[in-house]
Structures are given as structure tokens and as C-alpha cells.
Ligand binder design. Structure first.
Ligand code: FO1
Length: 321
């Protein structure tokens, strides 16, 4: 069975652990979001690719969902001693090795897809991890010009990571834009992975900043629309399970509810949608017409409960295919 998953963020990585447990014989291809990528101290950091690679490869700091386990922070502290920021984005010593090697290979002219394959040779995540594109895409956030701003100054734009990590998405966003997505080309193997899949899954990732940038790459949404796509809601009872998807959804004028996110993806793209029991009313919501809704416990408490969710997604996809 060939399954292709569009993934970004901690929720996706945790879902993937359950998916590989539920379908150990499946060939799983993960199309990873690179809109979160940032260059710090001259090093290219790819949070959503690394979270999948570390989580499935056994190196993740599982409490945080990002970064390495058993970390130390000597480099961070030494840089801070020089006053070399940003202090708000923590990179551990072990994690630095990934960014150093990635940057070295990129500087030698190797595309991100090839660099990711090289890094995965060490981690053996058990899935094929493909960047959504080898082109540079960075999500930037236009902050609402607060009443306190003097004059007509242009609303400041910050890198997604600054909005997410330093500002905790607490400053309302006017717009969230995957810069470069519109002119980017799907990475090697991406369109084939979608076309050749038995079905496509959307894990409980942030629909705006994790799945959104992937779908914004010309050709990817269209390729997925031709397939059976089943998604798992990351919103339960009107709130994101983790992260701050509510702040992102507000930025695009979408209500923070399981039904609203399904409607946001739309019935042309989404064939099925798993919601938590608390949100089973979505099945009767006219906004979700054309999307098969199934309700079940959606909290990913551990690998077993996550595997149950993954199994339900597979079964729904097979039913709809
Ligand atoms: N998230 C934080 O809240 N604080 C951090 O200092 C931080 C550092 C960091 C370093 C490497 C990495 O791969 C991820 C990191 N993250 C941090 C998480 C990151 O902001 C998110 O995982 C994604 O970009 C959003 O899904």
C-alpha cells in the first residue's frame, strides 16, 4: 500500500509515528513543509523536515516535539556571550550538527531534496521524506498595524518563526504568506508520490502554515485533488490540540473549528475528514457537504491511540477510494 502524507510540524510527526505503527508494510512518502525554514548564524534550519526525521528516527526531544533529545547548549550560550542573537530561537549543540552539514551540502550546490536524503541515511525514519520544493520558500507574517503604531508606517512583516516563537502568535496577523511558493516547483518525486499513492493523508497539522504552503506550490493542490484525500482535524472542541492554529486561522478569516477547517480545504480536495467525538456535529454541517466525516477520539495520547487514528484514516480512505 502506498500512502503519501503532506506534513508539517509536531502534530504531523506524532501522527506519522502512529501511521507507521498501523501500517508497517506500507510505503509512506512524506511531503514536508519548508515554509518554516529559517537561516540563523548563516545556517539553514528546516524545522518541519527535522521534526519528522528526528521523531521517526528516534532522536527527537519528545516532550518538546522539536530539537534533539539529550541536548546541551554550549554554542547557544557562547553566541549569547557575544550578544549574537536571536536569543528567542534555541538551537542545541547536537541540532547544530544537522544545520552545519545541511548548509555545507547546500553551499556545495546539492538540492535540499538530496541533502534531506543524505541526512535521512543516518536517521532511517522508515518513510521517504521529500521537501515540498527545492526552491526557497519562507512563510512571513504581516502583523496587524496596532492602534499604538504612530503614523501610516507599513505594518511590520516578520519571519514566521519570529511570530511563532518570539511573539507566541499573540500579535494578530494581517496576512500569512509563503513567500516564493507561487514561483516554486514541486520537489523531485513530489508529484509522482501523490499520483502513485493509493491515497493521500493530511495529518493534524496546522492547515495554514504547515499544509497551506505545500498546497501553494503550483501543481501540488491539483495533483492532490485527483486523489482520495483524508485529513485528521487538529482542532478539537474549537481549539487547536497544540500550537496556535487558532491565531493562524483567524489571520485568514477561518473559524477555529473542525468543520470550518474541512470547509477551508473544500470538498474538491478533501474526500474524508476525521473529527473528535466532541465535533461529530460536523457531519451534519452544510459547510462540509461532499466531505465524508467520521467521529472518533482524536487525542494522540501515545503511539497506540495514534495508530488507531491512522487506521481509521486508512479505512476511510479505502472506503472512499
Ligand atoms: N519552537 C519554540 O517554541 N522555541 C524554540 O526555541 C524553537 C527552536 C527550534 C529549533 C529547531 C527546530 O527544528 C524547531 C524549533 N522550534 C522552536 C519549533 C519550531 O518553531 C516549530 O516546530 C515549527 O517551525 C512549527 O511547526
Amino acid at each position: 500500500m502506498r500512502i503519501t502524507v503532506l506534513a508539517g510540524g509536531v502534530g504531523a510527526a506524532r501522527f506519522l509515528r502512529g501511521l507507521v505503527a498501523a501500517a508497517p508494510d506500507a510505503q509512506v512518502t512524506v511531503i514536508g513543509n519548508t515554509g518554516d525554514d529559517i537561516t540563523l548564524h548563516g545556517l539553514r534550519v528546516c524545522p518541519d523536515l527535522d521534526t519528522v526525521m528526528y521523531t521517526l528516527g528516534g532522536g527527537i526531544n519528545s516532550g518538546q516535539g522539536w530539537g534533539r533529545a539529550d541536548e546541551s547548549f554550549t554554542i547557544r550560550d557562547e553566541l549569547a556571550a557575544y550578544g549574537a542573537g536571536p536569543a528567542w530561537f534555541t538551537l542545541g549543540d547536537r541540532d547544530y550538527a544537522t544545520h552545519i552539514l545541511r548548509t555545507e551540502l547546500l553551499a556545495a550546490g546539492r538540492p535540499l531534496s538530496e541533502v534531506t536524503r543524505v541526512l535521512c541515511e543516518r536517521w532511517r525514519p522508515g518513510v521517504r521524506l521529500l521537501p515540498m520544493t527545492d526552491d526557497t520558500v519562507e512563510t512571513h507574517v504581516t502583523l496587524k498595524a496596532s492602534a499604538g503604531h504612530s503614523g501610516e508606517g507599513v505594518a511590520p512583516v516578520v519571519h514566521f518563526q519570529e511570530w511563532w516563537v518570539r511573539l507566541h502568535a499573540a500579535v494578530p496577523a494581517e496576512a500569512i504568506t509563503p513567500i516564493g511558493a507561487g514561483t516554486a516547483t514541486p520537489g523531485p518525486g513530489v508529484l509522482d508520490a501523490i499520483a502513485e499513492a493509493d491515497f493521500v493523508l493530511f495529518p493534524p497539522s496546522n492547515p495554514v502554515v504547515s499544509i497551506g504552503p505545500i498546497l501553494a506550490i503550483p501543481g501540488i493542490r491539483e495533483a492532490a485533488e485527483a486523489k482520495t484525500v483524508v485529513g485528521v482535524s487538529g482542532i478539537i472542541g474549537g481549539a487547536p490540540v497544540r500550537g496556535m492554529a487558532d491565531a493562524c486561522l483567524a489571520a485568514i478569516g477561518v473559524e477555529t473549528s473542525a468543520a470550518a477547517v474541512a470547509a477551508h480545504y473544500g470538498p474538491r480536495l478533501l474526500s474524508g475528514w476525521l473529527v473528535d467525538d466532541q465535533d461529530k456535529a460536523a457531519a451534519d454541517d452544510p459547510a462540509c457537504a461532499g466531505i465524508a466525516i467520521r467521529a472518533m477520539p482524536l487525542y494522540m495520547r501515545d503511539v497506540d491511540s495514534t495508530a488507531s487514528i491512522a487506521r481509521a484514516a486508512i479505512e476511510l480512505a479505502q472506503e472512499l477510494a
